[in-house]
Design a protein around this ligand. Structure first.
Ligand code: NZQ
Ligand code: ZN
Length: 386
């Protein structure tokens, strides 16, 4: 296992009614002006906006609203938020939404404290924000685990790049699984697949060791598979929602990455696909993962065979290591179909080879993948996804 430093900065309040139980108290002691950030309006329809506004008023806060944060948030939206923070002397940001709202706010928080363009700071100067406006997150859609870390995936439309920036850590995250009840089932499923993807991206690293992080990851993967099956049968099953929301947080709180060299090649491909097509994150991943894995499994065949046994419960009896590895990838594909996720890019309206070539040519290639891909290989994989 590699040396590591693990520190956890986010206070997590989890469970039914946690907003009512904790939000006022968390805000009461400090801060005067709160930026209330949310997306395209779901929070107004499901009552979460009214509830939070009530808590903010009761805590005697001035509120500045920052609405309309879109899925796959843009860099222009980040700049709009940072301007609002500066102009209104906001001293706390409350992100209410899924990964998109939370990510946007992490960078708003950092940009508001810096006179330098943050994209330039990170991608040209390779410097990272050391200060930010404090923020908190009320999670209404789980899967990304965005509330648990300071990474933020932002689409720079001018540069045609969707990439991860580093920004603020939330001081606190409130996770009430009941707030996901209004989420369309398609988004619940794609969010849960994102969690599964985060586990796989760490599990299929290039190192061939099995350490505690891998075994915890296997448990999280089994948990997501089991509970997503339960929830697709019965969307009202609150235990399954509880488990999926916490699994999402576990996927991105750093524990699974301790001592690992992470891969995240599927994410890099999906993000760049998102830059060109604005596709749904979890759906894009569902298409890419099995195709990518058929290309790379021979470079870490033991791990893929283990995945088949430990995650999918496939018996090794009578199978070669290769057969076992492929059976695990087949089980993943079958699961994707079973829960109603797409298995081809055609199903999500992406067929243009020119776009796929542009995605492949601009895709980040990660050092952690068990096979270091070339742009040509990524293009082949994407064409196979169609
Ligand atoms: O905008 P509103 O009206 O709120 O609707 C949203 C949005 O349309 C809706 N929604 C959210 N909560 C709801 C709800 N609708 C009804 N009831 C609720 N309770 O759901 C739609 C999708 O929301 P979004 O936040 O985009 O989804 P998700 O949480 O999947 O976030 C995706 C973004 O996170 C990034 C992705 O790349 C993508 O940009 N990621 C962030 C990560 C991180 N920071 O750690 C890791 C991930 O790998 C991922 O890349
Ligand atoms: Zn993801």
């Amino acid at each position: 296992m590699d040396n590591f430093v693990y520190e956890y900065l986010v206070r997590v309040c989890f469970g039914k009614d946690c907003v009512r139980q904790h939000l006022r108290q968390l805000l009461e002691c400090c801060w005067e002006t709160v930026l209330l950030a949310y997306g395209g309006g779901s929070v107004r329809k499901n009552g979460i906006y009214d509830q939070i506004m009530g808590e903010l008023k009761a805590a005697d806060k001035s509120v500045v609203e920052f609405a309309g944060i879109m899925p796959n948030p843009t860099y222009a939206k980040v700049q709009e938020g940072a301007t609002l923070v500066r102009e209104n002397h906001v001293d706390f940001i409350l992100a209410v939404g899924g990964g998109s709202v939370i990510d946007c706010c992490k960078i708003v928080a950092a940009q508001a404290k810096s006179s330098q363009d943050i994209w330039e700071m990170e991608f040209t100067d390779h410097r990272y924000p050391q200060e930010w406006v404090p923020m908190g997150a009320v999670v209404t859609a789980s899967g990304t685990g965005a509330e648990m870390n300071n990474g933020a995936v932002i689409t720079n439309e001018d540069k045609k790049v969707k990439a991860g920036l580093l920004g603020a850590y939330a001081d606190f995250a409130l996770l009430d699984p009941a707030s996901t009840l209004s989420l369309p089932m398609g988004q619940v499923i794609s969010g849960a697949f994102d969690t599964l993807s985060h586990c796989m991206e760490t599990y299929f690293e290039k190192l061939d060791h099995v350490i505690l992080s891998d075994e915890i990851s296997e448990a999280v993967m089994r948990n997501v598979i089991r509970n997503l099956r339960i929830l697709t049968e019965n969307p009202q099953d609150m235990e399954a929602r509880n488990e999926l929301m916490w699994a999402s947080a576990m996927g991105e709180n750093g524990i699974l990455k301790i001592g690992e060299v992470t891969d995240f090649q599927a994410h890099q491909m999906e993000h760049q696909l998102g830059a060109y097509t604005d596709c749904n994150h979890g759906q894009g991943l569902a298409v890419i993962h099995p195709v990518l894995y058929r290309h790379i499994y021979e470079n870490n065949i033991g791990r893929f065979a283990r995945f088949a046994c430990e995650v999918w419960g496939i018996s090794p009896k009578g199978k070669t290591e290769q057969e076992l590895a492929l059976a695990g990838i087949d089980a993943l594909t079958d699961f994707i179909k079973e829960v109603g996720l797409p298995t081809t890019l055609t199903e999500i309206g992406i067929t243009d080879e020119g776009i796929l070539k542009a995605v492949a040519d601009t895709c980040n290639i990660t050092a952690g993948c068990c096979k270091k891909l070339t742009c040509d290989e990524i293009f082949e994989i994407l064409k196979e996804c169609v």
